[in-house]
Design a protein around this ligand. Structure first.
Ligand code: FES
Ligand code: FES
Length: 158
């Protein structure tokens, strides 16, 4: 079986993986990163979104072998020294979640959106998050949270 090295949330791993193993299964089943949920089998929902070398990917659409040599950040790796990432804090303060199932992917996708556009307007946020589905909130608070998170990331990203 192929052997890969990958850094996840700042910790290095070396694993033997089946060639067909998906990154999301490596994260959840092998490394115990269950903060990254699986919401569909069809790469539609975005719940499984993680950062791979700084860019958001749906980890159910990436093979573990494709992540060889890369740096992965899951929602579990966003806080630093017990302090939430500004985007996590914004989701909390704007009540941008109900069941929370979509939230890890939403936050990760939002961080990537702000990387490419530090001051997104509402239309840009809605378009940027169109690959992430929420069945609960109606999206209004999510958009507000991303706008607030973007503002705060400009001043105090950990
Ligand atoms: S679980 Fe990956 S997109 Fe739904
Ligand atoms: S908060 Fe429930 S799916 Fe988004």
């Amino acid at each position: 079986m192929p052997r890969i090295t990958v850094t996840v949330d700042g910790v290095g791993y070396e694993e033997e993986v089946e060639p067909r193993l998906l990154l999301v299964h490596l994260l959840r089943d092998t490394l115990g990163k269950t903060g990254t949920p699986i919401g569909c089998d069809t790469t539609n929902c975005g719940a499984c979104t993680v950062l791979m070398d700084g860019k958001s990917v749906k980890s159910c659409s990436v093979l573990a072998v494709q992540a060889d040599g890369s740096e992965i950040t899951t929602v579990e790796g966003l806080s630093a020294n017990g302090v939430w990432h500004p985007m996590q804090r914004a989701f909390h303060e704007e009540h941008a979640l109900q069941c929370g199932f979509c939230t890890p992917g939403m936050i990760i996708a939002a961080i990537d959106l702000v990387r490419t556009d530090p001051d997104p307007d509402d239309a840009t946020i809605r378009e940027g998050l169109e690959g992430n589905l929420c069945r609960c909130t109606g999206y209004c608070n999510i958009v507000r949270a991303v706008r607030r998170g973007a503002q705060e990331m400009g001043v105090n990203t950990p």
